[in-house]
Design a protein around this ligand. Structure first.
Ligand code: GDP
Ligand code: MG
Length: 169
């Protein structure tokens, strides 16, 4: 039994279908703790980094999967969450269900809310969940800054940034 962190993304189909509440309610059955949350408009660079493994593993669906997470089929919004607690990855993967929504158990998130889009062939499976501790760390560091998470998950360092940042006027 180890405490783990896990990145969850509610994908653009989950947002257009107003499923964020349902999905978070279902995830609360795990009794894990939410330690980070935000809505993101996903740019190509982030999408490519997030799905870097997929490019080698399943090149035929790489481009359509990028378009899907960037919201080109729905809305350019993704809700990113970090969950933390005992065996978080296995608990969340179980409740998320299989990648193909038609193979997913009907009581899982993907089984309940997912579909294969008949026009695009995209597995609209509503959520992403990290599949290992290594990938969780890589993904959480991609999607979140240290100060956006309320636990000290990974070592940090102080660095001075000189580029311009957008601020409130
Ligand atoms: P996951 O960990 O269950 O999300 O599955 P993978 O890491 O293997 O794939 C990442 C994402 O790529 C999935 O969630 C789907 O959005 C997409 N994907 C994976 N395999 C397929 C496939 O065979 N067909 C289609 N259309 N999309 C896929
Ligand atoms: Mg995966």
């Amino acid at each position: 039994m180890t405490n783990q962190s896990c990145l969850i993304l509610i994908k653009p189909d989950g947002l257009v279908k107003s499923l964020t509440g349902n999905i978070i309610s279902t995830l609360s059955e795990t009794k894990l703790k939410i330690i980070g949350a935000k809505v993101v408009s996903v740019k190509k660079e982030l999408a490519e980094q997030h799905y870097a493994e997929l490019k080698a593993k399943k090149p035929h669906i790489f481009e359509s999967t990028l378009k899907y997470i960037m919201g080109e089929f729905h809305t350019p919004r993704v809700m990113a969450l970090v969950y933390y607690g005992e065996d978080a990855i296995q608990k969340i993967r179980e409740i998320a269900g299989k990648t193909n929504p038609e193979d997913a158990d009907p009581i899982t998130i993907r089984g309940k809310y997912g579909r294969i889009n008949s026009k695009t062939g995209v597995f609209e499976n509503c959520v992403h969940a990290s599949d290992s501790e290594e990938n969780a760390e890589r993904e959480i560091k991609l999607w979140f800054k240290p100060e956006e998470i309320v636990e000290n998950l990974y070592p940090t360092k102080k660095s001075k940034k000189t580029e311009e940042v957008l601020d409130w006027a």
